[in-house]
Write a protein that binds this ligand. Structure first.
Ligand code: ARG
Length: 568
């Protein structure tokens, strides 16, 4: 649709003393029928021209003598200059464009030659991959795909939480109460149980905390026994995480976690000291950020142990050196906003001018009905269980609705997992979500299955048509109803929607769009016969229109990281 807006802005610029960009930004898409497809409000000119807006609109309309093929007519309604699109032209251009570009339809190459690093998912070993990490994973994955679609070179990094004091705790707990059989059987859950037990015991025996601190320091210093256990925990956990990533169909370009930076820390700290931005406070090394009115970054504790923030500073510098990124995004919960503020400020005062290319992309919490979830107490839902439950539920529905379906297992995975991803991504990124099984798995509501089902329906219609759409002549001028036009207009909006989703890093924009497109398709299908249409040419025209619709549904779902089965 933006191309039509641009054309309209160009026409208006010939009659008005305004920049094309300014005109473009002012043009609206009227919601009400009968007000044209695009409208220019003349209010902004009233002051300068010292005329009433309706008069200005009238004069503009009168002076436009000729219109290009894209437009049917131009009128003024009150203070607006209303342009009507040429239905046939739009349908023809849009459908042909979609069909010729296929899975690339809607893409751009604005990102060509630019590199974006995206830090996402990053679960913590020895703590479970909870539903909270799901948000980072699916949002990050979608932002990854959108960048790729626009031509960026993307590096997806899983900054695994494989280092830190929790390892001291888990090693202490394992040494005291551990059981290697249980560990092998269900490592993530077992390690988590140890972690929970540690905290319960530490409430009674506070010296356990000190013990864990010492053990972690030993690990940092390379103690063989500690390192061996850490390696085992990490390996077992990663195997399980990878199973989840496979289910979700999410890939990373790098798994360099926090531990990777352990032997690079001294250099980073020395660099920061040499820049004169550090100071010693109560025996610890810090970067004072008083001038920004935020707490200091703690770089090194009194005992020499480094922290989450130290590793992030080190990682940022390493990534700049390794990838020379143009932009680096951290898809991490909003509760870490202060951490990233501190990180970016520290980079700034250290003189790394690329600090301005780093951005925290926060998201809201997954809340349970009562309170913020806490890994320590153990009131937590395991992602693996959520995904399995979603698949099983979907399978049951498929058994009822379409028992003859061939690859039920695979479709149940695509639809069940799709429902979970969509349930997450359709929420505004920054808002909190209350975890609610019924809502996520409601297959009749505004969900992925609804979009997927519309897509599968289109595939089924196309399968039933026995001719060859590629060879058949097509005559879009036969499609005269508002249903066909509205559907084509919606399709033509796709690229603009992806642009918006990218500008704000908000996949929810795509989710909203796909629901609207699916609804638009169903409205069309309800009112316009396709296979049953008697006029052969009109039938072909409608088939092409739904072929294009199916392609765009598929492209949009793909950008959200959701698959689109052809049958369900
Ligand atoms: N592992 C961390 C957590 O679960 C998230 C890491 C995010 N990435 C980063 N570079 N800090 O809280």
């Amino acid at each position: 649709m933006d191309s039509y807006k641009k054309k309209m802005a160009l026409i208006l610029s010939k009659y008005l003393d305004l920049e094309v960009e300014k005109l473009f930004a002012t043009i609206e898409t009227p919601n009400k029928k009968g007000f044209g497809d695009l409208a220019f409000p003349t209010f902004i000119l009233a002051k300068e021209l010292k005329k009433a807006p309706p008069l200005i609109a009238k004069e503009i309309v009168e002076s436009i003598k000729e219109l290009p093929d894209e437009f049917l007519k131009v009128e003024n309604i009150g203070p607006y200059v209303n342009f009507y699109l040429n239905n046939t032209y739009l349908i023809k251009r849009t459908v042909e464009d979609v069909i010729s570009k296929g899975e690339d339809y809607g893409s751009e190459d604005v990102g060509k030659g630019k590199t974006v690093v995206i830090d996402f998912s990053a679960p913590n070993i020895a703590k479970p991959f909870g539903i909270g990490h799901l948000r980072s994973t699916v949002i990050g994955n979608s932002i990854y795909k959108i960048h790729e679609f626009f031509g960026y070179e993307v590096v997806g990094i899983n900054h695994i939480g494989d280092w830190g004091t929790q390892f001291g705790k888990v090693i202490v707990a394992y040494d005291k109460w551990g059981d290697s059989d249980k560990l092998e059987k269900d490592p993530v859950k077992y390690l988590y149980n140890l972690y929970v037990k540690f905290h319960e015991e530490a409430d009674k025996e506070p010296q356990l905390e000190e013990e864990a601190r010492v053990v972690f320091k030993e690990l940092e210093d390379g103690n063989e026994d500690r390192v061996e256990k850490w390696k085992l925990f990490k390996e077992l956990s990663l195997t399980e995480y990878n199973r989840i990533y496979d289910k979700l169909n999410v890939k990373f370009d790098s798994f360099k976690g926090e531990q990777f930076y352990n032997d690079k820390m001294t250099e980073t700290i020395e660099t920061l000291i040499s820049k004169g931005i550090t100071e010693i406070s109560k025996g610890a090394l810090i970067i004072n950020l008083d001038m920004f009115d935020i707490p200091p970054v703690l770089l090194r504790k009194k005992d020499g142990a480094t922290l989450y923030a130290t590793r992030d500073l080190c990682a940022a510098i390493y990534r700049k050196e390794t990838y020379d990124f143009d932009k680096m995004l951290y898809v991490v919960g909003a509760e870490q906003s202060l951490h990233f503020k501190q990180l970016f400020k520290a980079l700034a005062i250290a003189g790394f001018d690329w600090h301005k290319d780093c951005e925290h992309v926060p998201f809201g919490l997954f809340r349970f009905k009562e309170n913020k979830m806490s890994t320590r107490k153990g009131n937590l839902i395991f992602l693996d269980e959520v995904l399995t439950k979603a698949e099983q539920l979907t399978k049951k529905i498929i058994e009822e609705k379409n028992p003859a379906l061939n690859n039920k297992e695979e479709v149940a995975r695509q639809v069940g997992i799709g429902a979970i991803i969509f349930g997450d991504l359709s929420n505004d990124r920054v808002k909190d979500i209350v975890f609610d099984w019924d809502k996520i798995l409601d297959f009749n509501g505004e969900t992925a299955p609804y979009v997927q089902y519309s897509h599968a329906r289109i595939c089924s219609i196309l399968r039933k048509y026995c001719g060859n759409l590629e060879d058949d002549d097509w005559n879009p001028s036969l499609m005269k109803s508002e249903y066909e036009f509205d559907l084509a207009k919606r399709i033509a909006n796709f690229n603009g929607v992806i642009n918006d989703a990218l500008a704000e890093y908000k996949p929810s924009t795509i989710a909203r769009y796909l629901l609207d497109l699916a609804k638009e398709f169903n409205r069309f299908y309800h009112n316009c016969p396709v296979l049953k249409e008697e006029n052969g040419s009109l039938k072909i025209a409608r088939l092409k229109l739904i072929q294009a619709t199916g392609q765009v549904l598929r492209n949009g779902l793909a950008l959200m990281g959701i698959e689109a089965p052809e049958e369900m």
